[in-house]
Design a protein around this ligand. Structure first.
Ligand code: MRU
Length: 366
């Protein structure tokens, strides 16, 4: 995407064979890039959420594997790197998918040929992700157009014809470019559809308020940040035409793990007859799992993300403040699972399908 007149991806290979990323911990207040020089630095960037979002986690792990192979192309080192990278974050399955792709490309080759193939494969995975997200955007745009066509013009209190609610950040920052849930929004805006986005702030890390709002702002898409609990209220008043979110793992039968709070939005959408879409690339489907509730590993993160907030002071300093009383404990589940029955449809690179096993199998030819 464009930022200050330059075309950016979220991850790239530098001329000196190091990896460049955007430090997402500093957005929206500072746009700073970071250089990752070793496999361990890639792993740490995923762990500490310098990079985040399911597809970007996968891409970073793929480049981490290249750096491990550069240092030692032997089987033992590759398997050690696999262990380190795979254990950085548990919920997004794109991480394991990307690592498996890297192993299938490199391991069959003799050690001296592995590095070149690994660099090539990591670049291919990134290019593929861009193409996939672009296709998701196109299919999503068709869905948006249908909803606009059906919408009575009298119901336009915000002055926009299409009010979209999204949770967390499933934009270009979460992928290599475009994004999943935000790709149709960017395309709708570019195509002249009067789209307005309700952006859930997405506590505790505020990926909505900081990252989604930043992306929409950069692209000139009208948007309004809301507290996480406001979505149901807006839906009851006819102020949301559709909900669209990304996904970190979707099971073979269509259950969806996504950022904590997604399930509550799906419940409110169902109660109010608002369509609830999940935008996902094929790499987010875990064909080995069926029951999302019992089988998807849910990340638990530091309580400090709940008890504290990061932000900018009036004089421009980035600071962290404590919200809770000293000694109060907190728990921090990163994701929840929305059962397939609450999802109106999946929007994928291969088209739109019913949220369930039959729909996914039909599209992905399983
Ligand atoms: O914890 P994060 O910021 O990695 O969580 C990101 C999300 O939950 C996104 O909605 C999901 O990865 C889909 S991104 C295309």
């Amino acid at each position: 995407m464009n930022y200050q007149g330059k075309r950016w991806r979220t991850i790239w290979r530098n001329d000196d064979a190091t990896i460049g990323v955007i430090d997402q911990r500093l957005l929206p207040h500072e746009f700073r890039t970071l250089t990752l020089r070793t496999m361990e630095e890639c792993a740490e960037a995923i762990r500490n959420m310098t990079v985040r979002g399911a597809p970007l986690i996968g891409a970073t792990a793929a480049y981490g594997m290249c750096l491990a192979i550069r240092d030692d192309p032997g089987d033992k080192s590759i398997h050690a790197a696999l262990g380190t990278l795979a254990s950085t974050r548990p919920t997004a399955v794109n991480l394991l998918w990307a690592l498996n792709q890297m192993l299938s490309a490199a391991l069959p080759l003799p050690p001296e040929k592995r590095l070149e193939r690994a660099w090539q494969k990591a670049a291919e995975l990134c290019d593929e992700d861009v193409a996939v997200c672009e296709a998701i955007g196109r299919h999503g745009l068709a869905v948006f157009r249908e909803i606009v066509a059906k919408k009575p013009t009298s119901l336009q209190p915000t002055g926009a014809k299409l009010n979209v609610l999204t949770h967390c950040n499933a934009g270009w920052l979460a992928c290599v470019d475009w994004g999943t849930a935000l790709a149709p929004i960017f395309m709708a805006h570019d195509a002249g559809l009067p789209v307005h986005v309700w952006v859930d702030e997405t506590r505790p890390r505020n990926q909505g308020a900081s990252l989604t709002a930043w992306e929409l702002n950069q692209h000139g898409v009208p948007h309004t940040v809301i507290v996480d609990n406001a979505g149901g209220h807006l839906m009851q008043r006819g102020l949301v035409d559709l909900v669209i979110v990304g996904a970190d793992r979707v099971t073979a039968r269509g259950d969806v793990a996504n950022k904590i709070g997604t399930y509550l939005k799906a419940l409110a959408a169902r109660d109010n007859g608002v369509p609830f879409y999940v935008a996902l690339p094929g790499s987010t489907i875990d064909w080995t799992l069926r029951d999302g509730l019992t089988e998807i590993p849910i990340e638990e993160r530091s309580a400090v993300e709940v008890t504290h907030l990061r932000g900018k002071t009036a004089d421009g300093a980035l600071v962290e403040i404590q919200l809770t009383p000293d000694g109060t404990s907190a728990c921090n589940y990163g994701f929840d699972v929305t059962p397939a029955r609450l999802v109106t449809a999946f929007i994928t690179e291969k088209g739109v399908c019913a949220a369930g096993e039959a729909g996914l199998k039909k599209l992905f030819g399983r």
